[in-house]
Design a protein around this ligand. Structure first.
Ligand SMILES: N=C(N)NCCCC(=O)O
Ligand SMILES: [Zn+2]
Ligand SMILES: [Zn+2]
Length: 314
């Protein structure tokens, strides 16, 4: 096997100029093949409040210029163990949600082929549904580890079944989710009713609430998550609003009292050795960001996700 092409070397080429790919990795078209892809889905027609996550992919790319190739927390070199490339952005219809969902599904199917792993950068959380459909084709019902302030298992908004507040209910109805091994992490804030929690549990999601982070040591929480996931294939979906608005102001439906970046990154590192088969990172809305706070947090989340995706080890 030829050596993977890594990021542009920042000790030779200044990191603030040139092409904007994730972590300054090569584009997919510039490598013979890739094992893992960072892929943008600039779609935000499913939002219930502030729009703007369609600009998320390029914001995360821009904020990822300072990432370095060695991850000391995991003794991993996520860009050296296999070929990682930036697959660019999907051209997706902003005026027709149903069409967008099938374009995303087809795009994910085609890009992932038979063996590539995808880290998809959104976009709003609506995109998780078509992405999970493609995972299901490969793995059957999949353990979903969902980091979010919100349950996203609500039924409809204005009668619409496909929104950023409903993807995991639809996924559960379609049988995409492994009922015994899925989990929300970081849930907080006001709900519509107490039933929201009961229903989400019936849809297969255990929950680590954000309040649990104030009372339990991180290792206990990581143990709970690892026990729930077991050795199942796991899809990780990270809504950046799982972070406190102080750590991620640039998002559409912010909720006070969230995780710190340090807590989230540490929990993601705690997935090392878990069978993570794909991931998404959604809801980065740069218009509400300041000083790239959200973009930088998101870039580091993506880096940790790539570090625990298959063969990320040093
Ligand atoms: N997926 C995100 N970020 N938010 C869902 C919020 C749905 C609501 O407005 O009730
Ligand atoms: Zn959310
Ligand atoms: Zn969400």
């Amino acid at each position: 096997m030829t050596e993977p092409i890594g990021p542009v070397d920042a000790t030779r080429v200044p990191r603030y100029g040139g092409d904007t790919t994730f972590a300054r990795l090569p584009r997919l078209a510039d490598v013979s093949d890739a094992d893992a892809l960072v892929w943008g889905v600039p779609f935000d027609t499913g939002v219930s409040y502030r729009p703007g996550a369609r600009f998320g992919p390029n914001h995360v790319r821009q904020s990822s210029r300072l990432l370095r190739p060695y991850n000391p927390a995991l003794d991993a070199q996520p860009f050296a163990a296999r070929q990682v490339a930036d697959a660019g952005d999907l051209g997706v219809n902003p005026f027709d949600i149903d069409e967008a969902i099938s374009t995303i599904e087809d795009g994910a199917r085609q890009l992932s082929g038979t063996r590539r792993t995808l880290l998809t950068v959104g976009g709003d959380h609506t995109i998780a549904l078509p992405l999970l459909r493609v995972q299901h084709e490969r793995y059957g019902p999949i353990a979903v580890l969902h980091f979010d302030a919100h349950l996203d298992t609500w039924d409809t908004y204005f009668g619409a079944p496909h929104t950023h507040g409903t993807p995991f209910r639809r996924a559960s109805e379609e049988g995409l989710i492994d009922f015994d091994h899925s989990m929300h992490v970081g849930i907080r804030g006001p709900l519509y009713s107490r039933l929201d929690l009961d229903e989400s549990e019936k849809m297969g999601f255990a929950a680590v609430h954000c309040r649990d982070f104030a009372r339990s040591p991180l290792d206990t929480i990581i143990d709970r998550i690892r026990t729930r996931l077991g050795s199942r294939p796991v899809y990780v979906s990270v809504d950046i609003d799982v972070l406190d608005p102080g750590f991620a102001p640039g998002t559409g439906t912010p909720e006070a009292g969230g995780l710190s970046s340090r807590e989230l990154l540490e929990v993601l590192r705690g997935l090392d050795g878990i069978n993570v088969v794909g991931a998404d990172l959604v809801e980065v809305a740069p218009a509400y960001d300041h000083a790239e706070i959200t973009g930088i947090a998101a870039a580091h989340v993506a880096y940790e996700l790539l570090s625990v995706l298959p063969s990320g080890g040093a």
